[in-house]
Write a protein that binds this ligand. Structure first.
Ligand code: SAM
Length: 289
């Protein structure tokens, strides 16, 4: 697997048939196979360094902040006291960076399957991997599904920052994993899980909504614009054990001054609310309208 021709990396994949994102490449910084996946780090001409797993863009330095700020602050600010957080996947460290930044969080456990990804990101994506150095962090190398099965009633918030639903990440999009996440939460706990793209994967998202509603009393979906992801958009499944949770109205908001102090670039109170607005074709399917 390489995907580079005439100086351009192209992200061809059956999950987004007939289209692909291309990045102009300056240098291949690393290309190795781990026991789990093909790992490539590119220095691109216009998007900084980019992590590619099994031929799929995971993060680029130019736009990673939108995904990580929404994926962390939307669930954390919907929980009254998100002290103990678990991240599954997230081997680049960007989600850990954002979760640790949130002042309400006291400890973060992260379970990532692939040590090669973590080491590559420490070397080539230091602005993301800085998350691993935070004193709140405890990084475990292991399979997220297995980890979840061994932990009951421990976490206030669980964030699954997963690659797409094939290879080692496939199980992280299925009902048994969501059932295990529910059991790993403390009372009133919340989850946010990588939930693919409205434009490309509405059937998958609809099926996830269906099984989430069988497990959790509150289910919602937040979306975020990420220019280098397929179709430029991705979402997170949001579920809460607390029937009072309204993800659209956070229990904690940041003032403009706090946004600046925290160094946030995408997330603010208006963006939190806006991230729940669905285009009509998706609303009809997901909300049965
Ligand atoms: N933001 C990215 C996206 O939406 O495509 C995800 C980035 S992060 C690099 C995804 C991570 O999930 C990868 O490092 C991968 O190794 C990890 N991963 C995949 N399957 C996993 C599993 N079963 N347990 C733990 N980590 C897993």
């Amino acid at each position: 697997m390489n995907g580079i021709r005439e100086g351009w990396f192209s992200e061809v994949n059956a999950l987004w048939p007939g289209q692909c994102m291309s990045l102009e490449v300056e240098e291949v910084l690393l290309h190795e196979k781990s026991p789990f996946q093909d790992v490539m780090m590119l220095k691109t001409k216009h998007h900084g360094n980019a992590l590619i797993l099994d031929g799929v863009i995971q993060v680029t330095e130019s736009d990673e902040f939108s995904y990580h700020e929404i994926g962390s602050n939307v669930p954390l600010n919907a929980h009254p006291n998100p002290e103990k957080v678990l991240i599954i996947g997230g081997g680049d460290g960007g989600m850990a960076r954002e979760v640790c930044r949130n002042p309400a969080v006291k400890s973060v456990t992260q379970c990532e399957i692939d040590e090669l990804v973590v080491n590559a990101c420490k070397k080539y994506l230091p602005n993301l991997a800085v998350g691993f150095d935070d004193p709140k962090m405890n990084l475990i190398i292991g399979d997220g599904f297995d980890f979840m099965g061994k932990h009951k009633g421990e976490f206030d918030v669980i964030i699954t920052d997963s690659s797409d639903p094939f290879g080692p990440a496939k199980v992280l999009f299925e009902k048994p994993y969501y059932q295990l996440m529910m059991e790993a939460l403390r009372p009133g706990g919340i989850i946010a899980s990588q939930g693919e793209c409205l434009w490309l994967h509405l059937d998958l998202i609809r099926d996830m909504f269906k099984f989430c509603r069988e497990i959790f009393p509150v289910v919602d979906y937040t979306t975020v614009s990420v220019p280098t992801y397929p179709s430029g958009q991705i979402g997170f499944m949001l579920c809460s054990l607390n029937p009072e949770t309204n993800f659209r109205k956070p229990v904690r908001t940041f003032t403009d001054e706090e946004i600046e102090t925290l160094g946030l670039k995408y997330y603010n109170t208006e963006m939190h609310a806006a991230s729940f607005v669905l285009p009509h074709f998706a609303k009809k399917v997901l909300e049965g309208k």
